[in-house]
Design a protein around this ligand. Structure first.
Ligand SMILES: [Fe+2]
Length: 399
């Protein structure tokens, strides 16, 4: 048998518990049909199988080394069968090559069973949500199930609060690094949100901040924002969140023409700093290829004069007014007070954040923040699921 222990069986670093076995396979040369032990049928195309042959993977990096340029034009499948170990054996016609596919890997790549990798966002408003989901930092770092729940909550609701965090910059960095790499910006690796003399943005004053996303002025708006409360003894300064996806869906439903403008006409974002001149021009609501809302950009204090077709100026201001009016509507707001040792995490491309004005003569308010990207979160979730698959495989092997 050619399948040796040292041969890479699946072509990657993941784990594929074999929960279904191949009981039959056939080919017409161009596609393979597989019947599984639970009765499910899978189809795989010859070119896809050849491209993903696990022996055409670098043994260390596990990156593909198969190059389509070297693929014979007359490549077809000569025969398929199942090995004693349950692998799919594919003998090729057109080149002297045989491929072996791991049944767990094949099943997890069945085109009819492709699962969405992450849950859909569960949009909320003040009726169905009262405050962000809360998690305890010590439980997150000691219990993988709690950590998984926390990360999925971030994907679904776009926000969470972690309690019992060391009230320091170090406490913030520990949380950020638990998810991934911190994205440094012109405000630094981390930034201190407190009333400052000579502020370079509205966040560094005492004034109330309207609902906004951070850095809509940048080509790539940060994916996640962490705001860790180091001190909060002032009068005022309550935190406010708005689910931007929920507001956008409201506009899509009730004012479809306005929705079309907000998703198609670019808007001018820009900072007005003495040191930097970041600008970005893009619609305030971005849709993905399937028309689903992917990103919101809003920042009343992060705008520069609108420069679009003259005839669109008035309708766009009207559209902007509706969007901002809804963003300020109590129907969509969560309001809470961030206390010392609590770290708020939001999906900055979905959840708008705001704060009430505060009076710094009544105490101190000091938040420390940083950014990380959404795909750091997705990578963390995939790694948790990979470890869970590994555990399932190990427990099956030990039975
Ligand atoms: Fe902000």
């Amino acid at each position: 048998m050619q399948i040796m222990k040292e041969v890479i069986e699946t072509g990657d670093f993941d784990f594929y518990p074999v929960e279904h076995h191949i009981i039959d396979s056939s080919t017409d040369g161009k596609k393979v049909e597989i019947k599984w032990s639970d009765g499910h049928l899978s189809k795989f195309h010859f070119i896809w199988l050849r491209d993903n042959c696990p022996c055409c993977i670098h043994p260390d990096t596990r990156e593909p080394i198969f190059n389509i340029v070297s693929m014979p034009d007359d490549l077809l499948i000569y025969s398929v069968s199942t090995t004693q170990e349950g692998f799919l054996e594919v003998i090729w016609s057109g080149e002297p090559h045989t491929s072996y596919f791991h049944p767990g890997w094949l099943r997890s790549h069945c085109f009819d069973l492709l699962k969405k990798p992450f849950p859909e966002p569960l949009t909320w408003d003040s009726k169905n949500k009262k405050e962000p989901d809360r998690f305890d930092w010590n439980e997150i770092i000691s219990d993988p199930k709690t950590e998984r729940k926390w990360l999925y909550s971030l994907v679904e609701t776009g926000c969470s609060i972690i309690q019992n965090v060391e009230p320091s910059k170090n406490g913030l960095i520990q949380i950020a690094k638990r998810i991934g790499v911190i994205r440094e910006t012109n405000f630094g690796l981390t930034f201190d949100v407190e009333a400052k003399t000579g502020p370079d943005t509205a966040a560094y004053t005492e004034i109330g901040l309207p609902p906004h996303t951070d850095l809509p002025t940048r080509e790539y708006q940060p994916g996640l924002q962490l705001l860790h409360c180091l001190k909060n003894s002032v009068k005022g300064g309550e935190s406010i969140l708005v689910d931007g996806f929920r507001v956008a869906e409201e506009i899509r439903l009730k004012e479809p023409e306005t929705f079309d403008l907000l998703t198609s006409v670019p808007w001018d974002f820009g900072n007005r700093s003495t040191l930097t001149d970041y600008r970005w021009k893009t619609p305030m609501i971005k849709l993905d290829n399937n028309g689903k809302i992917e990103e919101i950009r809003v920042g009343n204090f992060l705008r520069v004069p609108l420069q679009i077709d003259f005839d669109l100026i008035e309708p766009m201001y009207k559209a902007y007014k509706l969007l901002e009016t809804l963003n300020h509507d109590d129907r969509f707001k969560l309001r809470f007070r961030l206390e010392q040792g609590e770290c708020l995490i939001i999906d900055n491309r979905r959840i708008l954040h705001a704060r009430d004005s505060f009076d710094s003569s009544t105490g101190e308010r000091h938040l420390c923040g940083c950014y990380i990207e959404r795909d750091e979160l997705w990578s963390s979730i995939r790694m948790i699921e990979r470890r869970n698959r590994q555990k399932r495989m190990n427990s099956a092997l030990n039975q």
